[in-house]
Design a protein around this ligand. Structure first.
Ligand SMILES: C[S@@+](CC[C@H](N)C(=O)[O-])C[C@H]1O[C@@H](n2cnc3c(N)ncnc32)[C@H](O)[C@@H]1O
Length: 277
């Protein structure tokens, strides 16, 4: 009998074994470039000059902070995330890859967004619905108030939201990423219409049939746009604007977000919100 046969034989690692969940997340979920295009241009439209200091709440890998400091020499960024593991990944794989003069304009803080004290930024951003982890009205209001008081005079808070009739369903959506290298799978596992609580997961599957299940899990409240706008106004923001996407000739969202007071009852929509101090 061969020495290495049987149960002790080493299995070849699968593509899922070799995958890095943070890298897969950035490739399939985030588009820091278009997010910063929107934030930078909208701030200029609202205020008449460019923002310099941006604070990225729930910054994760600090992808957006990195994008911000590469835009202009005077730009500075502060990233806030409660999880040291994701911040360390960002320091190594994102911040560490920047030029020295860009790197030194980023500060990453392992803090709770409700408790953090920072210099007053021109912009605070909270993207990819991260603020939905505050499930009670009083907690979300507390966060919005703390954002408002942290902002510089004339500062603007940027956030996003999604909705539509599919957002209330328990469904699985799949999308091919990186020319078929892997699939991004969004699962809305449990939605409770009474509390509005939603449990979702991100899974990834690979060409060799392997899977990275529950790479990320979110325990959120599915807030609606009227609730979010009301809470921002209750927190004292002087103006709250929803930016809604148009459609291209194929009927697909065109990525061009414009101020709107009325939207379409789409199955699934994403929008930005700007709340001015
Ligand atoms: C959905 S990810 C967002 C990542 C990235 N900002 C994006 O736009 O894709 C949410 C992040 O919020 C962080 N987080 C959760 N609770 C937090 C808190 N109270 N204060 C700061 N960060 C928190 C998590 O560690 C996680 O990295």
């Amino acid at each position: 009998m061969a020495k290495n046969s049987g149960s002790k034989r080493k299995q070849k690692p699968t593509l899922a074994d070799k995958a890095d969940r943070h890298k897969l997340y950035e490739l399939s979920v985030q588009c820091a470039e278009s997010e910063i295009d929107f934030v930078d241009d909208t701030y200029k439209e609202l205020r008449g000059y460019r923002a310099k200091l941006l604070r990225e709440d729930f910054c994760g890998t600090a992808n957006v902070c990195c994008e911000w400091v590469t835009r202009r020499k005077g730009n500075q960024a502060i990233g806030v995330d409660i999880d040291r593991e994701v911040l360390n990944w960002g320091k190594k794989h994102k911040v560490g890859k920047l030029k020295a003069n860009q790197r030194k304009r980023i500060k990453l803080l392992a803090k709770d967004v409700l408790k953090v004290k920072t210099d007053s930024p021109d912009v605070i951003s909270a993207m990819n619905f991260s603020y939905w982890l505050f499930k009670k009205r009083k907690d979300l209001l507390k966060y919005f108030k703390s954002v408002r008081s942290s902002l510089k005079k004339n500062g603007v808070f940027f956030l996003d939201a999604y909705g539509g009739y599919d957002s209330f369903k328990e469904i699985v959506e799949k999308r091919v990423v990186e020319e078929g290298k892997f699939k991004y799978i969004w699962e809305q596992e449990k939605y409770d219409p009474i509390s509005g609580h939603l449990i979702s997961h991100i899974h990834f599957s690979f060409r060799d049939g392997s899977r990275l299940d529950n790479a990320f899990t979110y325990d959120w409240r599915l807030w609606t746009l009227p609730e979010i706008q009301d809470l921002l106004k209750d927190a004292g923001f002087s103006a709250v604007t929803v930016y809604w996407q148009g459609f291209d000739e194929d009927g697909e969202p065109d990525g061009d977000f414009k101020p709107a007071t009325e939207g379409e009852a789409d199955a699934g929509w994403i929008c930005y919100i700007a709340a001015e101090k």
